[in-house]
Structure formats: structure tokens, C-alpha cells
Design a protein around this ligand. Structure first.
Ligand SMILES: Nc1ncnc2c1ncn2[C@@H]1O[C@H](COP(=O)(O)OP(=O)(O)OP(=O)(O)O)[C@@H](O)[C@H]1O
Length: 312
């Protein structure tokens, strides 16, 4: 179990992580979700002893990470796949970790096979690895010591669709067998598909947390997402039709059925490139709760003369 209580980190006068508390339980995948710069990596670095804690506590199985003997045998960590020694081959990276942990060298071959790095690729220097290959190597390294806890920062970064699918299966199986998984991402869909529990963070503070289903119920509501060729014209069409909307990615989330949105767009001759029912209130909950920290949201111009325009 990972337990984080009142964890804070200040850089000078800036509070990157502010009084964060949550628990990641065994047998569950806990998704740690937040926009860019929300404080996910900083929190994970504090949990794993890589960044000093300003205040609060973080323990794994009741111990601070730096106090865990032979930590790689208990906790698998992947924080920055690009940070691996560029001059070593993938196999050397794993062999060194295996030796440090007192593991047999056959474990290296098992892990290379698990993450689908071929014999040829494993003999290439890491500097010549693609991002996806580095990520696979990082996952192999995290799993090498057969840990019961996994802490992974954006592990899907750079993986191809098949790789992402494979990783989801791997994490689910790991948790089903009693393991604890803490997985960060700024991509809601990625986390939504694999996580049992969610911890949402924005501007260094927890904005929501709990069982995924409970959060979905809390989010509730219906609606749709729409993207048009001309974003401003689409905003005008929605406003004219009296449809409440807010910026979501390249388009808008609208509190209305797709048909009403399609009609509003048609009346104004706006070409739609995407129109679909909301996949779930979770995305809305996330966007709403983290709205003040969403860069795209801040950057989006409010339609002229609109009071409702771009709402929080
Ligand atoms: N060493 C540091 N010195 C000063 N500020 C820092 C330092 N490390 C992180 N920060 C700041 O702390 C905030 C949180 O950063 P962090 O990397 O934890 O965010 P994140 O949620 O992981 O973002 P992303 O999804 O983009 O990876 C950011 O504003 C970042 O600039």
C-alpha cells in the first residue's frame, strides 16, 4: 500500500504540491491524473525519495522509500524513461539492475521477452532507442525485481496503440494478483480504461478522488463533444441556439444532445468534424475541476459579447 499524507513541496515561494493525501491500495490500479504541471511527477518523486519532502509523509508498505532495504525487490519505479544511461545497451541496463538486486541473469531475458524487446534491440545503445523502446525498457526495469508495488509516471508515453493495450493488460493482471499500482497520466481516457481508483490533481492540490464508478456517478449528466472546422463560428452557433458549452480540447463540450448541436451548426453553415455523445461525465468532471489549470482553457478566447462563452 502507498500512503501519502499531507504531502507538500515548495520551490522557493511556489507550492508545486500542496497538502496532498491519498492511499493506493493493493489489488487496485490507482490513476493519478492532472493537467501538465499539476504536480504528479513531483509527488511521485517525493514518494520514491528522489525529491525532498517539504512537509507531510509518504510511505510504501508502512516504510519511507529510502528506508526500504533492496527497494527494487518491493517497488518498481518508472519515472523518466529518457533518464536511463544512454551509453549502455538495454541489456546492460537491466543486467546492472539485476546484479544490484542480486537477481539471476535469466531474469533479464525474461523481462526483455515480456516487454517485447528483441535480441538485436537489447544490444543497441539506449541513446539509439525510440521513446517507445525506452518506455518498454523502463517497464522491464521496474518489473525486474518482481515487486508488489508499481509507481509509473506516464508509462504510455511513446507506446504505439498495441503497446498501450499490452500495458493496460499487464497492469490489470498485476493488480488482480494483489499488486499495488500508482499510474500517472495527463490523459483521462488512458487512465479511465485501466484504473479502479482515481486521484485528480490540479495546481498541486487534490480536486477529487475515489472509486472510479463513484466518481462517474458524482459526475452524472449527459451531453456531447463537438469540434468544427471553424471554432469561432461554432461557438457563435452554439451561443445563438442558447446551448451552454465549454472549451474541451479542440472543440467544445455542450450540455445538449448531439441532434440539437447538429441543428445549431447546420443553421449557421458550420462544418462539423466531430460530434459524439459524452463518453462519460468523468471527462467533464476532470475538465471542470481542473479548469483553472487547463492551459488550453485559459488560452481560448471568449466569444465576443458572450457571458456564458467559455465557462469554468
Ligand atoms: N526542480 C524544480 N524547481 C522549480 N519548479 C519545479 C521543479 N520541479 C517541478 N517544478 C514545478 O512544479 C510544478 C509541478 O511539476 P510536475 O512535473 O510535478 O507536474 P506534472 O503534473 O508531472 O506535469 P506533466 O503532466 O506535464 O508531466 C510545475 O509548475 C513545475 O514547473
Amino acid at each position: 500500500m502507498i500512503s501519502v499524507q499531507g504531502l507538500s513541496k515548495s520551490y522557493g515561494g511556489f507550492r508545486a504540491v500542496d497538502d496532498v493525501s491519498f492511499v493506493a491500495e493493493p489489488g487496485r490500479v490507482t490513476g493519478f491524473l492532472g493537467p501538465n504541471g499539476a504536480g504528479k511527477t513531483t509527488t511521485m518523486r517525493m514518494i520514491t525519495g528522489l525529491t525532498t519532502i517539504t512537509s507531510g509523509t509518504a510511505t510504501i508498505g508502512g516504510m519511507r522509500y529510502p528506508d526500504i532495504p533492496n527497494p527494487g525487490r518491493h517497488v518498481g519505479v518508472l519515472l523518466d524513461a529518457s533518464a536511463q544511461h544512454a551509453g549502455r545497451t538495454g541489456r546492460e541496463v537491466l543486467a546492472l539492475s539485476a546484479a544490484t538486486m542480486g537477481l539471476p541473469s535469466r531474469r533479464v531475458d525474461e523481462m526483455l521477452e515480456l516487454v517485447s524487446l528483441t535480441g538485436t534491440e537489447s544490444k543497441r545503445r539506449v541513446r539509439n532507442y525510440s521513446l517507445g523502446m525506452r518506455q518498454r525498457l523502463g517497464i522491464a526495469n521496474a518489473l525486474l525485481g518482481d515487486p508488489s508495488v508499481l509507481i509509473l509516471d506516464e508509462p504510455a508515453n511513446g507506446l504505439d496503440p498495441a503497446g498501450i493495450h499490452w500495458m493496460r493488460g499487464l497492469l490489470k493482471t498485476f493488480a488482480d494478483q494483489g499488486g499495488t499500482v500508482l499510474l500517472s497520466s495527463h490523459l483521462l481516457n488512458e487512465v479511465e480504461l485501466v484504473a479502479d481508483e482515481m486521484v485528480m490533481i490540479g495546481n498541486g492540490r487534490i480536486v477529487a478522488q475515489g472509486d472510479k464508478r463513484a466518481l462517474l456517478e458524482q459526475a452524472g449528466g449527459s451531453g456531447c463533444f463537438v469540434t468544427g472546422e471553424d471554432r469561432d463560428a461554432l461557438a457563435t452557433a452554439l451561443r445563438s441556439a442558447g446551448l451552454t458549452h465549454e472549451v474541451a480540447g479542440e472543440g467544445f463540450r455542450v450540455d445538449a444532445e448531439p441532434r440539437a448541436v447538429g441543428r445549431a451548426a447546420a443553421q449557421h453553415g458550420v462544418v462539423l468534424v466531430d460530434l459524439r455523445p459524452s463518453e462519460g461525465g468523468l471527462e467533464r468532471l476532470f475538465l471542470t475541476l481542473t479548469a483553472p489549470t487547463q492551459r488550453d482553457h485559459q488560452a481560448a478566447p471568449a466569444p465576443a459579447g458572450s457571458a456564458e462563452g467559455v465557462s469554468a
